[in-house]
Design a protein around this ligand. Structure first.
Ligand code: NDP
Ligand code: MG
Length: 394
């Protein structure tokens, strides 16, 4: 019997993390969980280490690490450690076969680049990394001939539809969007919505940041930029269509007018399964689409007036340079503030727009340019939120 594929999972305690664990339970004959990383939830990470007998674990947060040591959160057979260097050591471990990047935020940037340098295939859930530093990640992956396997369901669908196609055969990529929590809410009510309202997504159960991003459609904006980097496609050939049922995960139009689509139930397990077993196709016992029932598959134009974040993301993508990085960081800071009750929902796009206006665009020469800019933008947007001056001057 051939050896099992050893998976390292960053963000094991999160939403994509738990979907991945479900896939790993099912595919335990061929996949093995070799390493896990999390941030603050040491008990949950310890429980995963125990269930899967995971050889290596890393916590990012030092306070959680102190608690973990005091409480004996990890089983004795798991080699556990803390910090970025430990994470880089884990993702470059010569025994690791594939790294699934499903931590939130952008802290996995250096570890992901280190894993690429070490020649590890990357299954990428975290779109923010590509929006922040797509140029550096894709150039490094190409140079090292490392596959970037999309886990984001739309991009996983596009990847499947594009397989074996020449770029000259493709006219456009069409991303499907569910519309998020407020698609049918009267516009006049949006100034009163709460974080709890925004977190009630109709189709998907996901982490808090991406669920708010779905309600503003910043998520679809980030995904346009993600598609640009993954598939070398210009902005004017990446479209978005509203699809409330989240069954068609995206579409590819070919030059002869045919449109290919990928369908599966609205569960991230399908994309994760595909990315972890690629290039093979392996069977699943999870329920698939049942055609004994009727299904509606609606495709509608996006009501753009409801979703200014989508327009701003498109502008950032067209402006290129560091504009997408500015969009990403302003959005991240704004969403954190919204979730903490320090910013109104409708102020999220306003803050992003003001931040895009405030910073000059330029072409980053290296990763450090992007990291410095990220810090500046975060500082500036945090100050704006704290002072609320941007509100008074708008
Ligand atoms: P969650 O908020 O549910 O989980 C985030 C995970 O990241 C947790 O495990 C958290 O650890 C971990 N984490 C946070 N910071 C660090 C750090 N510095 N080092 C290591 N681990 C860290 O997020 P989601 O699972 O929803 O999303 C994760 C990523 O996947 C995002 O980039 C998102 O855009 C993308 N994605 C998610 C989808 C989904 O269905 N959820 C769909 C498509 C893409 P802890 O819990 O221990 O604090
Ligand atoms: Mg998606």
């Amino acid at each position: 019997m051939s050896e099992k594929k050893k998976v390292v999972l960053l963000g094991a305690t999160g939403s994509i993390g738990s979907n991945t664990l479900e896939v790993l339970r099912e595919l335990s004959a061929t996949l093995e969980l070799y390493g896990i990383a999390g941030n603050t939830r040491e008990r949950e990470l310890g429980a995963i280490a125990r269930e899967f007998s995971v050889p290596r674990a890393v916590l990012a947060d030092e306070t959680a690490w102190s608690r973990a040591k005091k409480d004996g959160a990890f089983p004795p057979d798991t080699e556990a450690s803390c910090g970025e260097d430990a994470l880089i050591d884990l993702v470059t471990d010569k025994r690791a076969d594939i790294i699934l990047v499903a931590s939130s935020g952008t802290s996995a940037l250096r570890p992901t680049l280190a894993a690429i340098e070490a020649g590890k295939p990357i299954a990428l859930a975290n779109k923010e990394l590509l929006v922040l530093a797509g140029k550096f990640i894709t150039v490094a992956a190409k140079r090292k001939k490392v596959p970037l396997l999309p886990v984001d369901s739309e991009h996983n669908a596009l990847f499947q539809c594009l397989e074996g196609r020449r770029s000259t055969e493709v006219t456009r990529l069409v991303l499907t969007a569910s519309g998020g929590a407020f698609l049918d809410r009267p516009l006049s009510e949006l100034d009163r919505v709460t974080p709890a309202d925004a977190l009630a997504h109709p189709n998907w159960s996901m982490g808090p940041k991406i669920t708010v991003d779905s309600a503003t459609m910043a998520n679809k904006g980030l995904e346009m930029i993600e598609a640009h980097w993954l598939f070398s496609m210009p902005s004017d050939r990446i479209e978005v269509v509203l699809h409330r049922q989240s069954v068609i995960h995206s579409l590819v139009e070919l030059v002869d007018g045919s449109i290919l689509a990928q369908l599966s139930p609205p569960s991230m397990t399908f994309a994760i399964h595909h990315a972890l077993t690629y290039p093979r196709r392996t069977p699943t016992t999870r329920p698939t689409l049942n055609f004994a029932q009727s299904h509606r598959l609606d495709l509608e134009p996006v009501p753009l007036d409801r979703f200014p974040c989508l327009r701003l993301a498109r502008q950032a993508l067209e402006a290129a340079g560091v504009a997408p990085a500015i969009f990403n960081t302003a959005n991240q800071t704004a969403v954190e503030a919204f979730l903490e009750g320090r910013l109104d929902f409708l102020e999220i796009p306003r803050l992003i727009e003001k931040t895009l206006d405030r910073f000059d665009n330029f072409e980053p020469r290296g990763l450090q340019d992007v990291l410095n800019l990220e810090q500046l933008v975060r500082q500036e947007t945090t100050e704006r939120i704290d002072r609320k001056t941007w509100k008074k001057t708008s």
